[in-house]
Design a protein around this ligand. Sequence first.
Ligand SMILES: Nc1ncnc2c1ncn2[C@@H]1O[C@H](COP(=O)(O)OP(=O)(O)OP(=O)(O)O)[C@@H](O)[C@H]1O
Ligand SMILES: [Mg+2]
Length: 439
Amino acid sequence: MSDLQFGLAPKMKPLAPRRSAVVAALDVGTSKIACLIARLTPQPPQEVLRRRSHAIDVIGFSHTESRGLKAGGVVDLAEAEVAIRHAVDLAERAGRCQVEAVIVSLSAGRPSSELFAASVDVPGTVREGDIARVLAAGSRSSVRPGRVVLHSVPIGYTIDHERGIRDPRGMLGQRFGVDMHVLTSEAAAARNLMLAIERCHLSVEAMVASPYVAALAALADDEAELGAAVVDMGAGTTTLAVFTGGRFVHADGFALGGQHVTMDLARGLSAAVPDAERIKTLYGNVLGGAMDDRDMIAVPAVPGDDREPPQFVSRATLTRIIKPRVEEILEMVRDRLAASAFAAEPRGRVIVTGGASELTGFTELAARILGRPVRVGRPLGVAGLPEGAKGAAFAVAAGLLVYPQVAHLEHFDPRRAHRTRAGASGYFTRVGRWLRESF
Ligand SMILES: Nc1ncnc2c1ncn2[C@@H]1O[C@H](COP(=O)(O)OP(=O)(O)OP(=O)(O)O)[C@@H](O)[C@H]1O
Ligand SMILES: [Mg+2]
């Protein structure tokens, strides 16, 4: 828990490029928990997914109902603890191994991105030590009371007034600068999730933003290069991450998701929530068809009582209830994207993940409202996933397994980072590796 007190979410030791490792991913969502245990094995450079240094093989998997969460955040520690224990236990049994530490995703806590530019004077040429100094200056400006830094990513260097420098070492100049993307979240949301996990006698190896890892799992290399946004619409949250020039430059999120659609339906039909959930996933549609007024769906009149005759509603009625909420969420996504660097990427496409993106007609409606090409994102390049986990709802969980391969791209102030499990000793090697591999 100590890292959080210093304003940093836990960060893991970067994966050694030539070593195999076994890692565990835990996605504690509002509606479901997914726990994945995987073996990461070094692999030669691939043609697709070029940035992946390791192959991922899932050896243990579980998918269980979540408890004690609201809007992506833990609201009941005891309930969440039981649910997490159960999920990890099942994955351990399936993988025949024991989990001690997990990489976890965070969707709650109002993620907020800031770009910082920091600069330092250099004596004629830029040396390794200057890079460390300027990165430290960049990450110091990011500390805010009540918030924790989830990600801190250098996105480009400047020398004097020259921008977009890729590798500044040895270049001539007087003033050397860095642009950094720092993503923070409310400290309370991070703390409560960590508490729930630590009560299960597990340690949190790294805590990362859900939309970022959804992107790591579902984005093709070219999409990240050309500019793309990943939108993860879960049960209680909708979060988004923007990539330009292959870099993670922005994230955002709010507390609306598929659960709100279900609640609208339960109210609109006077149905029980589980019935509304079932009807939504089976018959829900945001587009509407010509025959929808005549196509009737049975809704149990009294929950759990089969003796009462059901009421019948048309498919068109379902669409009339569901669509406004989905539109509201997509309009919020549109406005948040418009306020981000994505606005400058007219050719960038949107990749949707999360269970709620599986609603019939969702991508079409999203394309219309966002004014962009939209596709559903699924976990890419992850072997051994069971059939039920190959879809959009598991992009975040799968992305947590990709994260160790890119953990070295992040920078944290070494004076604070020495308190994290990454340790101060690895810091300069990490900066060096970042320079070599991120361009
Ligand atoms: N086929 C489907 N059609 C419509 N909605 C669906 C479908 N499948 C799943 N959903 C919805 O997706 C949501 C669950 O998605 P997901 O598993 O990504 O959420 P979560 O991770 O538990 O929540 P969050 O990330 O918001 O904390 C639920 O609201 C569910 O109703
Ligand atoms: Mg989720």
